[in-house]
Design a protein around this ligand. Structure first.
Ligand code: NAD
Length: 264
């Protein structure tokens, strides 16, 4: 095979439809010669994921709900049977009750706090535990985060607290797995209109704000996130681990509203 990812095999978690960030990453990897495996969450998404997998010749491992460790184990068992080893994993999973992606963080319920942390933070560690065993020649693990981990963004609330914990876990995992030449990094993507993002109140306003105030004066696409992911998943970033890399049109360096930004 040819390309930056030729000969590499990777598991991508978090494809829901063709607007998913995971799909942008999958396409970029497949274009560069990677062999891929997908999981889906429940039968509703199976119907969406299977045709996408077929488009790029990806193997479908089956149902994986990260709150149920037995479903993660089942997917890794299938991967071990099919490939025996793994070169990379992409974790593009997050969830919080949309009723709490609005209003005040202080009003977060105990139940949704735990569920948000379980799905959006612990799942990456759970996946890393299992992937480690298959990454016998080293490997690369990548997760997706957002600027709401660093600064308070309207309505992001408990998801921001979860992303802060996810970014910290990237650093701890990088230290644990570094001796095995397994690298662990995160991409902090700018806002993109996806299924998950539509749960955030006033998301359109956040998109507009980024478009008007980011240095590049536009938002980013899943293709752009996919291309940046190639760096982390390929040998190009072989000296890099524990990193949180912004793919956000430069928004994270901006200190205040652009003077020429229109009113929204
Ligand atoms: P998406 O809705 O396409 O993907 C979210 C995925 O999470 C879906 O595939 C869904 O099935 C999966 N998921 C949710 N709960 C799950 C569970 N219990 N078990 C297994 N899978 C589960 O949306 P997206 O925006 O592509 O989200 C991917 C990642 O990117 C998330 O971590 C999100 O926080 C992050 N992110 C998104 C943006 C944005 O603006 N869209 C920006 C920065 C970071």
């Amino acid at each position: 095979g040819q390309g930056l990812m030729a000969g590499k095999r990777g598991l991508i978690l978090g494809v829901a439809n063709n607007r998913s960030i995971a799909w942008g990453i999958a396409k970029a990897c497949a274009d560069q010669g990677a062999e891929l495996a997908f999981t889906y969450q429940g039968d509703a998404l199976k119907k969406r994921v299977e045709p996408l997998a077929a488009e790029i010749g990806a193997f479908v491992c089956g149902h994986c709900d990260v709150t149920d460790m037995t479903t993660i184990d089942a997917c890794f068992a299938k991967l071990e049977e099919k490939w025996g080893k793994l070169d990379f994993v992409v974790h593009a999973i997050g969830f919080s009750d949309k009723d709490e992606l609005t209003g005040r963080y202080v009003d977060t319920s105990h139940g949704n706090f735990l569920r948000t942390m379980d799905i959006s933070v612990y799942s990456f560690t759970a996946v890393a535990q299992r992937a480690e065993k298959l990454m016998t020649d080293g490997g690369s693990m990548l997760t997706m985060t957002y600027y709401g981990a660093e600064k308070v963004m309207p309505n992001y609330n408990v998801m921001g607290v979860a992303k802060a914990a996810l970014e910290a876990s990237v650093k701890y995992l990088a230290v644990d797995l570094g001796p095995k030449n397994i690298r662990v990094n995160a991409i902090s993507a700018g806002p993109i209109k996806t299924l998950a993002a539509s749960g955030i109140d006033d998301f359109r306003y956040i998109l507009k704000w980024n478009e008007y105030n980011a240095p590049l004066r536009r938002t980013v696409s899943i293709e752009e996130v996919g291309d940046s992911a190639l760096y982390f998943l390929s040998h190009l970033s072989r000296g890099v681990t524990g990193e949180v890399h912004h793919v956000d049109s430069g928004y994270h360096v901006v200190g205040m509203k652009a003077v020429d930004a229109p009113d929204i």
